[in-house]
Design a protein around this ligand. Structure first.
Ligand SMILES: Nc1ncnc2c1ncn2[C@@H]1O[C@H](COP(=O)(O)OP(=O)(O)O)[C@@H](O)[C@H]1O
Ligand SMILES: [Mg+2]
Length: 513
């Protein structure tokens, strides 16, 4: 090196040893300024064991040059130097910002007061008198080295803290929620930008405020996600979701609260609720409609049945009487005419029977008078006759008269089931079970047909029949179910007839008629 400086202090082994104990040992720089090279050598020798970077300068000018380039933990400055003496150098050192606070130790041979005053005036921290005692020099410098190192450590820690804080802040800023950090009492100590937008306060206004100004029902126990009402600066409120979590810090317990505006979600929920309500209403109306259809159909059948029986039946009976009268009078009828008359009477009798059956199927008059006890066997017989399906009936012979509405429902469901057995099942046999209990009656219709699921397993399309049965049973507060597989179908209807319900259904019917 061509510079007048020399760097000493590569005490390798001891440096390594220290590293192991304290972690990396970063050397600090010590500037030695003396015009006498011998002095420099002896100072270096005295300080070598400190294992720091020693930079030697032979003049004030050199020293100032080094001070431009590096920071030093301490400067050892000889007072008596040619050209620029120690005091002048110190004055310049102090005038520079970078070295304004660097400790200066003056080395002097003169113990005079004027020297001391001037030195201290210039910010000297100490004086060392020549001849220099190495131990004293070393221990004084060691103090400055330690001081400088601890300043460095503090600076580093401050940097780390600043970085962490920056990271934390940018995290807070990036959050989609308003983030507030409060004391345990709820005083806001930190707020992100989103908080300003959400509540309409400036950040400065928020700091020091109680979080309860924003969320009146906030409590210390809000360590959970909950829905609370938030209040803006203008007094408007919005529903919010708050999740808080405790944060133990050196300054005590802090609480981080993330506040999310859930107005949108609430609106969506409200819309869904409204739509669900509308759906329910539409459903109710549909049900009402279909129960009206069932009732109207019942009434129509009853009317048609009566009409056929009372009016057409009477006309046909009258015609039959007239024809029989002609047949018995001695009118001169040809043989052809006589046989035509006999045939007409036979056809008329058949027609009357059929009209009677049809009218009774439309509405069995016996149902109102005697009840299921009479109607079910009659109906099953005529059905068996017409369809060729053999039906086994399981019903107590002394079955009591049930409320009209319930009996009609049992009869209509039975009718629909057997019609389905005939039309769709392909079964040649069926079983009907009517089981009256204290407050309900159960009807079961079994067949051994192909079942309701088509050959490819497809669901059957529910027709008017099944829908009507289901609706009729529901209207009476009962239970309806179908179990069907490839071995056959069972339809089961349970109809309650508690007094209360009996009255209710009677009322319903009277509503409709
Ligand atoms: N006992 C049954 N056996 C087989 N399939 C049936 C039976 N009952 C009903 N189904 C099937 O269910 C469908 C719906 O019946 P339903 O609602 O009474 O209407 P519809 O009789 O007018 O077709 C029928 O078309 C048929 O495919
Ligand atoms: Mg049907």
């Amino acid at each position: 090196m061509s510079s007048p400086s020399r760097q000493v202090g590569n005490a390798h082994a001891s440096a390594m040893g220290r590293q192991r104990e304290e972690g990396p040992h970063e050397k600090v720089k010590i500037l030695l300024v003396d015009d006498n090279p011998d002095n420099l050598v002896s100072i270096e020798a005295a300080l070598e064991s400190l294992n720091e970077d020693l930079v030697s300068a032979r003049s004030g000018t050199d020293a100032l040059r080094y001070l431009l380039e590096s920071d030093f933990a301490a400067i050892l400055l000889d007072v008596k130097m040619p050209d620029m003496d120690g005091f002048e150098t110190a004055e310049l050192i102090r005038s520079r910002k970078r070295s304004q606070h660097t400790p200066i130790l003056f080395l002097t041979a003169y113990r005079n007061e004027e020297h001391l005053f001037r030195g201290y005036d210039l910010g000297a921290v100490d004086f060392l008198f020549k001849p220099i005692v190495p131990e004293i020099l070393r221990s004084k410098v060691a103090v400055f080295v330690e001081l400088s190192r601890s300043v460095q450590r503090q600076r580093k820690q401050a940097e780390i803290l600043a970085k962490a804080e920056l990271k934390f802040r940018s995290l807070l800023e990036a959050a989609p929620d308003a983030m507030l950090i409060t004391t345990a009492e709820g005083e806001i100590v930190l707020a992100n930008t989103r908080s300003d937008d959400m509540f309409g306060y400036s950040r400065r206004e928020l700091l020091g405020q109680s979080i309860r100004v924003l969320v009146p029902s906030w409590t210390l126990n809000s360590y959970h996600v909950g829905e609370l009402t938030s209040v803006c600066k203008d007094g408007s409120t919005f529903p919010s979701e708050i999740s808080s979590s405790p944060l133990q810090t050196e300054e005590g317990l802090l609480i981080t609260s993330a506040i999310r505006d859930i107005s949108e979600r609430k609106h969506a929920e409200q819309r869904i609720a409204e739509q669900t309500q509308q759906l329910h209403e539409a459903n109710r109306e549909l049900r009402h409609l279909s129960s009206r259809i069932v009732a109207i159909r019942d009434e129509e059948r009853r009317r048609l049945g009566r009409e056929l029986h009372d009016s057409q039946g009477q006309y046909l009976a009258a015609i039959k009487m007239n024809l029989e009268m002609i047949e018995t009078t001695d009118a001169a009828l040809s043989t052809i005419q006589k046989s035509a008359l006999a045939e007409a009477i036979t056809l008329l009798e058949r027609s009357m029977r059929e009209i009677r059956v049809i009218s009774h199927l439309l509405h069995p008059p016996l149902l109102d008078e005697i009840g299921l006890q009479a109607v079910v066997p009659w109906y099953l017989n005529s059905f068996s006759e017409r369809s060729g399906i053999q039906i086994d009936l399981d019903m107590p012979a002394d079955i009591a008269k049930l409320p009209d509405q319930v009996e009609l429902a049992v009869f209509r469901v039975l009718q629909e089931c057997l019609t389905n057995v005939h039309r769709h099942s392909g079964s040649k046999v069926a079983k009907v079970k009517i089981l009256p209990e204290e407050t309900s009656v159960t009807l079961e219709v079994f067949d051994r047909g192909r079942g309701m699921n088509g050959q490819n397993g497809s669901e059957p399309v529910m027709g008017v029949g099944i829908t009507g049965m289901r609706e009729r049973v529901r209207e009476l507060g009962g239970h309806f179910e179908i179990n069907s597989n490839a071995g056959g179908t069972v339809v089961r209807a349970v109809l309650p007839f508690a007094d209360q319900l009996g009255k209710q259904t009677v009322k319903l019917q009277s509503d409709l008629v």
